[in-house]
Design a protein around this ligand. Sequence first.
Ligand code: 6PG
Length: 478
Amino acid sequence: DVADIGVTGMAVMGSNLARNLARNGYKVALHNRSVGKTETVIAEHGSDGDFYPSESMEDFVASLQKPRVAIIMVKAGKPTDAVIDELSSLMDEGDIIVDAGNALFTDTRRREAALREKGQHFVGAGVSGGEEGALNGPSIMPGGTKASYERLGPMFETISAKAEDGAPCCVHVGSDGAGHFVKMVHNGIEYADMQVISEAYDMMSKALGMDASAIGDVFDEWNKGDLESFLIEITATVLHHKDATSGEPFVDVVLDQAAQKGTGAWTVKTALDLGVPVTGIAEATFARSISGGTPQREAARGVLPGEEQKLEIADPAQFIDDLQKALYAAKLVSYSQGFDEIAAGAEEFDWDIDLGDMAKIWREGCIIRARFLDRITEAYTRNPKLSLLLSDEYFTTEIAKCIPAWRRVVAFAAASGYPVPVFASTLSYYDSVRAERLPAALVQAQRDYFGAHTYQRVDAEGTFHVEWSEDRRETKQD
Ligand code: 6PG
C-alpha cells in the first residue's frame, strides 16, 4: 500500500495520465485487464517515475495508500460499470473511484449515488486535451463530493495544464455528475467550433477557389488575433499538410464523412430536455450526420436542383475579412449557448457551478482552449448572475463589429448554395434572442385554435382562450 494513486485501463489516455502523474512525482499503481499492455507501458516508459504494476485487480487495490484513489480509463458504458463493481467490492469506506472517460453525466449520477450508499466516493472527471493533453497537462473537470476533491484536487491540479497566469486548469466543478456534464458541453462547443471553422474553409475553397495551403495561411493569420485558439492552429497545420501517398493536400484525400462518438449528441439531447436552444451545437452535430448519410447524399447529389446565383466576389480580401468576423460572431454565440446549458444544468441538478471558473479551466489544456476565454471569465466576474453571456458589454461591442460581415457571409452562402449551418443558425438565434417581437405569438394563436392550449395577452394579466369553433368569443381561464 504505497501508491498515491492508481490507473486502470492502459490504452493511450490511461497510460498517458499515469505517466503524467508519475512525472510529477506521484507513485502510480497500474492495471489493465490484459497484463501485456501494462508491461508495455513499463517497458517503454518505466523511467518516467515510480510505477507499481499489478496483474490482478486485488493486487492493484492492495497497492494503493488509504484513502485509496483509483482512476478508471476504460470505454464508456458497460465496461465502466463492470470495472466500478469490481473495484468497489475490493475497496473500503472513504475510498475514491474516478471515472476519467467521457461518461454520460446521468450514468455518473447513478454510479455516484450507488457508491455513496456504500460510503465510497465516485468522481466523474472530465479530462480534455486528447492524448497529448493527458500526458503533458490536460484540462480537468472533476465532479463528486468536496471531500473527495480535498484528496484528489492537489494531484489533479499538479498534473493539469497551467494558464498563462499560472492557474491550474482544474477546479472542483460541482457535486455528483457536474464534471461530466461540463465536459459534455465542452465537447458540444468543440463540435460547433470545428464545424464553423470548416464552413469558413469551405467558402474559401469553393467561393474563392483557394487551395488548402493558401487557406492554411489565412488560418495562421487569424490565429494571431481574437480567434487565436488550438482549433484554429491545428486547422492551419492540417491544411498545410500534404498526403504522403498522392502528394495532394491531405484534406483533399480525406473522405468527407465526419464520425462522432456521441458527446455532441448528448449535449443536444440534454439541451432539449432542459429547453436550452444550443442551435450552433445542434447544427454542428446534424452536419456530421448529414455528411455520413451516404444513401441520402447519393439520392440527392445531382438530383436536387440548386438554382444558385453566381455572385461575383469583387474583393477577395474583404470576403476573407468578412469570414473572420462571421467566424468570431458565430463562435461567441456557440459558447454563449453552451454556457446557457451549463447554467440550466446547474439549476436543474442543484450544482453550484461557477461559470467564470469553467472558462478559466478551459484556457489551456483542452481542445477548445482559446484566447477569448479570458473575456468570458471577465464577463462572469463583472456579473456572476449574467443571464446571457452575449449581453455582457464586451461581447455586445465585439459582436457589433462583426454583424454586417456575418450577415453578408450568410446571405452570400444562401444565394450561392453553400451550406453554412452554424454560420446561419447562430445568426438566426442572435436575431431571435434580440427581437422586439417574435412570431411565437402566431404559434400560440394556432395552438389555441386547434388544441385550446390558451394564450396570454400583451395588455392584460391572465390566461385566455378563444371559442374558435363557436362564436369566437374570448374567455378568461381560471
Ligand atoms: C477532448 C476531446 C475528446 C475526444 C472527443 C472526440 O476534449 O479531449 O473532446 O474527448 O477527442 O470525444 O469526439 P468525437 O469522436 O465525437 O468527435
